[in-house]
Design a protein around this ligand. Structure first.
Ligand SMILES: [Zn+2]
Length: 394
């Protein structure tokens, strides 16, 4: 039997080519150019030689960085793939673990090679292998976004030598030093942030589908937020204020009720000011669950910070809805985006005296409340413009 000639899959070909080009550029060409330049310069030393590295050592460090970056992106994409399954099955009460993936149309089990995040979808050109019906581009999009999210958190925590993360403090050797000296605390911070991002993405996807996220997600968040700091103390949320209300071991526990209550209050505020109905979608509710999770993981300061940033994102989403009339943008998706900006800009927010933190002054608090109030009014006005009928008017 003659075998059919395999056609080149161009999207996969270009992804492979881009990865190879990035490898050659980042790991080989860039260090070599820097080396050649350094030899030509007056000092006769490339800039990385100041750290005592030779050219081969520098190339080796870059290779470690490249493959760790690739690995973290792939790991994020696998989490994204799992979230697609969770968001579909969990509200329907199905097991998220004990059933292999199937095509939703013809029920054919999906081969493991077709189930590779992003690449599997591209390989099949977005169609089921058995029935040729289209598979939603949402699946590879979520996988790609989660990969990108993990990768950017890794940039902030690991690759920059934790320059962007004040909790860890700068480390000169960058990611290679973290890996070679087995600094598990860095990996733990990344995993902790990634875990919260995955929970928020799961909630946002369920809301996007008009489903109600199950309450056990909050229980899961509580277990992680409580257990992780026992192993890695630097993950503990910031204490709620400089003044000692409780002392000793109890003082560490203050952060949890403060965070969760703050998230609850802000979620309800959002819910009452901004919940809306629109044609063809279920009524959109406030991001109470998401904000409570943020408060649990990172304390009330993070909940307030993410709330403000999420309002900015929601304002942009409303303006976008005015243009496109796509109104199904859940509040929880804005919270996820707000959390992303909050995490990447952590060291920047810390510099503002009026940004929510335990060192916040009374005037700073007033300014912050005023700012959020203005944002709430702005988002509500844009929603009315975008023909989202607020729930109380419907
Ligand atoms: Zn099918």
């Amino acid at each position: 039997m003659a075998r059919r000639r395999t056609r080149i899959n161009w999207p996969l070909f270009w992804i492979g080519a881009a990865l190879l080009a990035a490898f050659l550029g980042y790991c080989i060409v860039a260090p070599a150019v820097e080396y050649a330049r350094g030899v030509g310069a007056a000092s006769g030393r490339p800039s990385f030689a100041a750290s005592g590295l030779s050219l081969t050592e520098h190339i080796r460090t870059r290779c470690v960085e490249y493959f760790i970056g690739l690995w973290i992106f792939s790991f994020g994409a696998i989490i994204g793939s799992f979230l697609n399954v969770v968001a579909y099955r969990m509200p329907r009460g199905e097991s998220v673990v004990w059933r292999p993936s199937r095509c939703p149309f013809c029920e054919t089990p999906i081969r493991s090679t077709d189930n590779i995040p992003v690449l599997g979808w591209l390989r099949l050109r977005g169609r089921c292998r058995a029935c040729r019906l289209p598979i939603s581009p949402r699946y590879p999009t979520i996988e790609f976004l989660m990969g990108l999210l993990f990768f950017s958190f890794a940039l902030a925590d690991l690759f920059s030598g934790a320059m962007l993360n004040p909790a860890l403090g700068p480390l000169r050797g960058g990611v290679a030093e973290i890996v070679l000296s087995a600094r598990w605390d860095f990996a733990a911070v990344l995993a902790y942030q990634g875990c919260l991002a995955a929970l928020l993405m799961g909630v946002a996807l369920m809301r996007f589908d008009g489903q109600r996220p199950p309450g056990k997600l909050l229980v899961f968040a509580f277990v992680v937020a409580f257990a992780a700091p026992l192993a890695f103390p630097e993950l503990r949320p910031e204490v709620w204020s400089r003044t000692d209300v409780l002392s000793g071991a109890l003082r560490r526990l203050e952060a949890y009720p403060a965070g969760i209550l703050c998230g609850l209050a802000l979620g309800y505020l959002w819910h009452f000011v901004l919940q809306y109905r629109a044609q063809g979608i279920k009524p959109q509710v406030g991001p109470t669950l998401s904000l409570m999770m943020v408060g649990l993981f990172f304390g009330w300061q993070a909940a307030c910070s993410v709330f403000g940033l999420a309002l900015v994102v929601h304002l942009l989403a409303g303006l976008w809805a005015c243009q496109t009339h796509k109104r199904n943008w859940p509040a929880d998706a804005s919270v996820l985006a707000g959390f992303y900006v909050h995490t990447l800009g952590w060291s920047v927010w810390e510099m503002f005296r009026w940004w929510p933190s335990q060192d916040m002054s009374a005037a700073g608090l007033m300014l912050y409340v005023l700012l959020c109030g203005c944002l709430l009014v702005a988002v509500r006005s844009v929603m009315l413009l975008a023909c989202w009928a607020p729930a109380d008017a419907a």
